[in-house]
Design a protein around this ligand. Sequence first.
Ligand SMILES: [Zn+2]
Length: 106
Amino acid sequence: MTAYTGDTMEAWDTRREKIVKILRTNEPVSLDYLCQELRFFDRRLILEDLHHIALTLKKTESKLIMVPPTCLKCGFVFKGLKKPKMPSRCPKCKNERISQPLFQIK
Ligand SMILES: [Zn+2]
């Protein structure tokens, strides 16, 4: 038997707390900025964390605000995303240059 699960949960909680701290700023921050601040570069996991943070915040006064990603070619805005997401290509013009979503907790 090991404490593997416990340790993992603890690391996860700490990272999530750090994200919440970083996002309680005046300006929305990008996914890359979060990665650098956390020194953690698995964007998929950070997006997963953000999703859980959003759900947790629903029970409080604060909420997670996401400035949606935008296609840098045709200006298509990825509105109505149910989960924090980093799209890889535009559904309209198939361009792969997409701006990063920005996040903030208010
Ligand atoms: Zn486009």
